[in-house]
Design a protein around this ligand. Structure first.
Ligand code: ADP
Length: 445
């Protein structure tokens, strides 16, 4: 039984995890860097331990320091949240060896799905369609060019170990291929420690559609429906919604089945996300799997009524899934806007002190945040201030509710992306569902 968890994270997700733990009677240990001494997650946890200076590498990624924190607080488990150590198989393995429960899948599953080439291969075995591209990592530029000509330009060169929207290069013609390929290899090596890259066909007009899944140690896998995360900037998600709008029922059923099959193919246990590209002719292709809780999980919680973090703990504790697929009922429509401390036009980060903040409330509104008046947003970490999530009977109601919630939201002291979201909620391409991932790069909102 899990009694005490150390949360190896910060910000809104650490707060989110603490909330579920409180309700489950699990004690919590926060870790923090010296920059986060006054952070909300530190105040909310039962105990807290400083693990190092501001730089992530020396604090939130500092495994020896985190292991000491586990030892001195006698925590029996670790929740990694998202980012930081969440998809680091070595860390999960160390926890397994120390007898500390890692609230996530096995280190083996993380390793396997973390290598995108390996992941493509694993899901292809169970007939899940993958984005047309190379079957293996490509090491030689000539070979890469040959493959690209076969699949047809434009192509996208990706780091096998990539993540977070980094390590991708779009190439429009054979003439610029070799240069891009060599740059991609060296960038992959410096960013992820592995030079392996692979090639996919680049779909200019595509949507990012993903399926939330949940699996236990007994081979049961269910899905919690899908999400659309096509509103992105530089491959980073800004708005997410559930369900993905304007998808024919038959296609949606195939998508769900593909996601469950992909998870089952790797004996996946815990919660995870299978990401797909959905292209206008109605086809979808596997992109990658994320072996952790996602930023956008609340939209799935809103439409299913399932507390996904709570289920993570139950599964890690060795329990059977509480649900069969027939017990999962999808209701209404949910939208999430990521409120970042950034200029709403240029997206340049805007760290600083929150002079005041007033959050929206009322029917169907949820705010997940870790800011409070007087809190200083450090420049060291990502700029996510919080997430505004609304739930309505249908997409139109959710959009109207989001407009009203954004109008109520007030944050003073730092620039925020609130105005960007206000424009998006009235943008006819968004409201009518013309949602390509390249949308922001092309459109003026
Ligand atoms: P990461 O692991 O860095 O998030 P993904 O493979 O999930 O990388 O891709 C991130 C985003 O990049 C996708 O949501 C999509 O917008 C875009 N993308 C990735 N591959 C393709 C592709 N083959 N064609 C078009 N867009 C793509």
């Amino acid at each position: 039984m899990i009694h005490k968890v150390l949360i190896a994270n910060r910000g809104e997700i650490a707060v989110r995890i603490i909330r579920s733990c409180r309700e489950m009677g699990i004690k919590t240990v926060a870790i923090y860097s010296t920059a986060d001494r006054h952070a909300m997650h530190v105040r909310m946890a039962d105990q807290s331990v400083c693990v190092g200076p501001p730089e992530s590498a020396e604090s939130y990624l500092n495994v020896p320091s985190i292991l000491s924190a586990i030892e001195i607080t006698d925590a029996d488990s670790v929740h990694p949240g998202y980012g930081f150590l969440a998809e680091n198989p070595a860390f999960a393995e160390i926890c397994e060896n120390y007898g500390v429960k890692f609230i996530g899948p096995s280190s083996e599953a993380i390793r396997r799905m973390g290598d995108k080439v390996e992941a493509r291969r694993a899901v292809q075995k169970v007939k899940v369609p993958v984005v047309p591209g190379s079957d293996a990592a490509v090491t030689e530029e000539d070979e890469g060019l040959k493959i690209s000509k076969e699949i047809g330009f434009p192509v996208i060169i990706k780091a096998a170990a990539g993540g977070g929207g980094r390590g991708m290069k779009i190439v429009h013609s054979p003439a610029s291929f070799i240069n891009a390929f060599l740059t991609a290899q060296s960038e992959a090596l410096s960013a992820f420690g592995v030079p392996d890259v692979y090639i996919e066909k680049y779909f200019e007009q595509s949507r990012h559609v993903e399926v939330q899944i949940m699996g236990d140690r007994f081979g049961n896998v269910v899905h919690l429906g899908d999400r659309d995360c096509s509103v992105q900037r530089r491959h980073q998600k800004l708005i997410e919604e559930a369900p993905a709008p304007f998808i024919p029922a038959r296609t949606r059923n195939r998508l769900w089945k593909a996601a469950v099959d992909a998870a089952a193919a790797v004996n996946y246990n815990n919660v995870g996300t299978i990401e797909f590209l959905y292209v206008p002719d109605g086809e979808f292709y596997f992109l990658e799997m994320n072996t952790r809780i996602q930023v956008e999980h609340p939209v799935s919680e809103a439409v299913t009524g399932v507390d996904i973090v709570r289920e993570q703990f139950r599964i890690a504790d060795g329990k059977k899934l509480r649900f069969e697929q027939k017990d999962i009922h999808l209701r209404g429509h949910a939208i999430e806007c990521r409120i970042n401390a950034e200029d709403p036009e240029s997206f340049v980060p805007s760290p600083g002190t929150i002079r005041s903040c007033l959050f929206p409330g009322g029917f169907g509104v949820r705010v997940d945040t870790a800011i409070y008046p007087g809190y200083t947003v450090p420049p060291t970490y990502d700029s996510l201030l919080g997430k505004l999530i609304v739930h309505g009977e249908d997409r139109n109601e959710a959009i109207m509710r989001m407009r009203r919630a954004l109008d109520e939201l007030q944050i003073e002291g730092v620039k925020t992306t609130t105005d960007f979201h206000k424009k998006m909620m009235s943008n006819t391409d968004f409201t009518e569902g013309r949602l390509w991932t390249s949308f922001l790069a092309k459109a003026r909102t």
